[in-house]
Design a binder for this molecule. Structure first.
Ligand code: SAH
Ligand code: SF4
Ligand code: F3S
Length: 473
C-alpha cells in the first residue's frame, strides 16, 4: 500500500557517510563518472542528482563514456524504441569493461521498475553491476558502496539488483550538479495517478506525491539568487500538485507564490493534463510577472471514442473549450501538445478527428508518437488490427500537418521584435547563440558569447519549421 514518506535529515546524513566511504576507496587515482540519460525532464532532473552524488563521492564528472570508471544509465520505459536503444547501449559497455575491468556499470530509471526488465538484465547483461529504481536515487551512495563491497564475490552475489518498490519517498536537500547555469529544472512532485490506459509511467514512477510548498519556494529563491533565469517546474501532471498535503495549496497557488519571488527570470512548467487545467490556472498565468505564456497540453487524440479508451477524462469539446479559455486570458499563448497515432482500435475516422482538431487548434509545436504497447498496461492487451504500415501513413500525414502549421506560425514572427533569454552557444556560424522567447520558441542569433544568461531584444529576420532566426535589435 502507498504511504507518503519524507526522508529524514538523519537518513540524508547517512548517505553522506557512504559518500565518504566511496571517496576513500577511490582516492588512489582520479576516477571519472558518466551519467547517460534517456526519457523526460524528470529523468534529466534525477540525473543531475546522480551527478551531484557522484561528485560528493569523489568522482570527476565526464561526458566521455570511454574514459569513465563508472557509468550510470538513467533509463526510460515509455516506448519500446527507447528501451531497445538503452539495452543496446548497456550491452555495448562490455567492450569498455574488457578494457577497464574496474568499470562499474549502474542502470537506474523507469525501465528497472519492471520485473521483466530486471530479469532480462540479470540473465543477459552480466556487464551490469548495480540496478536501482527511480525511488532510490536519494540513496544512491549507499547502493554504490554496497556494489563496491560485492565486487570480490562470485556469481550472482557479485551484483546488486535493488529496485525497491518503496515508491512514496520525498527527499529534500540532495546534492545536484546542474546541466546549465541559466536554465534549471525544479521538480515539484513525483509519480502519476492518472493511469492513462497506454502509459507505463504510473507503474514505474509510483503514486503521486508533492514536495512541500516551503521547500519548493526555498529552492526557487536559491536558484534566482544564484543567477538562474529560466526555471521549469516539473511533474507528470502539475495540475494535481498539492493533493494529500495539509498546506492546502494547489498548483495555481504555488505558481502565484513563486511568481512573487523578485528578480528577472521566467517560470515554466511541464506537464499539464487537460482534464485538470482550470480557469484559475490561466488567470494566474495571465496575471503573473514571470510565468511564460506557454502551455504544453497533451491532446493524445481528437476522437471522443479513443479518448475514452485512453482513460483521459475529457472529450474533444471540453479540450477545445479549455484552449479557447486559455487563449482568452493569454492572446499570445504558445500551445504545444503530444499525440499518439494508432491506439488499439483506432480507425481512419478517429484519425481524421485528430487531424481536424489539430487544424482547428493550430499548435505551435507537436510531439507525435506511434502507439507502443507497454506490458502491464490495459492498452497492451486491446485488439489492435491496424498494421504498422497503415499507422505510419497516418503518422506521416499528421507530421506533415504539424510541420506546415509550425512553419506558418513561425513565419508570423518575422519582422517583429521579442525579448529573449540567450541560453547557450550552438557551436555553429554565423548563428552562434541560441535563445528562447518567453513563450519558449527557439531563436538562433549571432552575437558575443558573453550574452549567454542575459535577456535581450531580438528582431526576427527569418524562420523555419523548427526555429526562428534573429538579430540584436
Ligand atoms: N505526463 C505527461 C506525459 C508523459 S509521457 C502527460 O500526461 O502529458 C510523454 C508522452 O509520451 C505522452 O504524452 C504520450 O503522448 C506519449 N506516450 C506515453 N505512452 C505511450 C505509449 N505507450 N505509446 C506511444 N506514446 C506514448
Ligand atoms: Fe502517463 Fe497519463 Fe500519467 Fe501522463 S497523465 S504520465 S500520459 S498516465
Ligand atoms: Fe520515461 Fe520515466 Fe519519464 S518512463 S518519459 S523517463 S517518467
Amino acid at each position: 500500500m502507498y504511504t507518503r514518506r519524507e526522508i529524514t535529515s538523519q537518513e540524508r546524513l547517512q548517505q553522506q557517510a557512504y559518500c565518504e566511504k566511496v571517496k576513500a576507496a577511490i582516492s588512489a587515482r582520479p576516477h571519472y563518472a558518466a551519467v547517460d540519460t534517456y526519457g523526460c525532464q524528470q529523468n534529466e532532473s534525477d540525473s543531475e542528482i546522480l551527478r551531484g552524488w557522484l561528485a560528493e563521492c569523489g568522482y570527476l564528472i565526464t561526458d566521455d563514456m570511454d574514459r569513465a570508471d563508472l557509468v550510470a544509465v538513467n533509463t526510460c520505459a515509455v516506448r519500446e524504441h527507447a528501451e531497445k536503444r538503452v539495452l543496446g547501449n548497456v550491452g555495448a559497455l562490455s567492450h569498455n569493461k574488457a578494457k577497464n575491468p574496474e568499470l562499474i556499470v549502474c542502470v537506474g530509471g523507469c525501465m528497472t521498475q519492471q520485473p521483466t526488465v530486471r530479469e532480462k538484465i540479470k540473465k543477459s547483461y552480466p556487464v551490469v553491476d548495480l540496478v536501482f529504481g527511480p525511488h532510490e536515487v536519494w540513496q544512491f551512495p549507499e547502493l554504490l558502496w554496497q556494489t563496491m563491497e560485492r565486487r570480490g564475490r562470485r556469481g550472482s552475489r557479485r551484483r546488486l539488483i535493488a529496485a525497491d518498490p518503496s515508491e512514496g519517498v520525498v527527499a529534500e536537500g540532495l546534492p545536484r550538479q546542474r546541466d546549465s547555469a541559466v536554465k534549471a529544472w525544479l521538480s515539484i512532485m513525483n509519480g502519476c495517478d492518472n493511469f492513462c490506459s497506454y502509459c507505463i509511467v504510473p507503474y514505474v514512477r509510483g503514486r503521486e506525491r508533492s514536495r512541500r510548498p516551503a521547500d519548493i519556494i526555498a529552492e526557487a529563491k536559491e536558484l534566482v539568487a544564484a543567477g538562474y533565469k529560466d526555471i521549469t517546474l516539473l511533474g507528470q501532471n502539475v495540475n494535481s500538485y498539492g493533493k494529500g498535503l495539509e498546506e492546502g495549496v494547489d498548483f495555481p497557488d504555488l505558481l502565484a507564490k513563486l511568481d512573487r519571488i523578485p528578480g528577472d527570470y521566467v517560470l515554466r512548467f511541464m506537464t499539464s493534463h487537460p482534464k485538470d487545467a482550470t480557469e484559475k490556472l490561466f488567470r494566474v498565468m495571465a496575471e503573473s510577472e514571470h510565468c511564460a505564456h506557454h502551455i504544453h497540453l497533451p491532446l493524445q487524440s481528437g476522437s471522443d471514442r479513443i479518448l475514452k479508451e485512453m482513460n483521459r477524462h475529457y472529450d474533444r469539446a471540453k479540450y477545445l473549450e479549455k484552449v479557447a479559455l486559455a487563449r482568452q486570458y493569454m492572446p499570445d499563448l504558445v500551445l504545444t501538445t503530444d499525440i499518439i497515432v494508432g491506439f488499439p482500435g483506432e480507425t481512419e475516422a478517429d484519425f481524421e478527428d485528430t487531424l481536424s482538431l489539430v487544424e482547428q487548434v493550430r499548435y505551435d509545436a507537436m510531439f507525435t508518437f506511434i502507439f507502443s504497447p507497454r506490458t502491464g498496461t490495459p492498452a497492451a492487451s486491446m485488439p489492435d488490427p491496424v498494421t504498422r504500415a497503415e499507422k505510419q501513413v497516418w503518422f506521416d500525414r499528421l507530421l506533415d500537418a504539424a510541420n506546415r502549421i509550425s512553419g506558418e506560425k513561425h513565419a508570423a514572427y518575422v519582422g517583429r521584435t521579442f525579448r529573449v533569454l540567450v541560453d547557450g552557444e550552438t557551436g555553429q556560424s554565423p548563428y552562434n547563440l541560441s535563445s528562447r522567447t518567453k513563450g519558449g520558441r527557439l531563436v538562433h542569433l549571432a552575437g558575443d558569447p558573453s550574452l549567454v544568461g542575459r535577456f535581450i531584444d531580438v528582431k526576427i529576420t527569418d524562420s523555419t519549421t523548427w526555429a526562428l532566426y534573429g538579430e540584436l535589435a
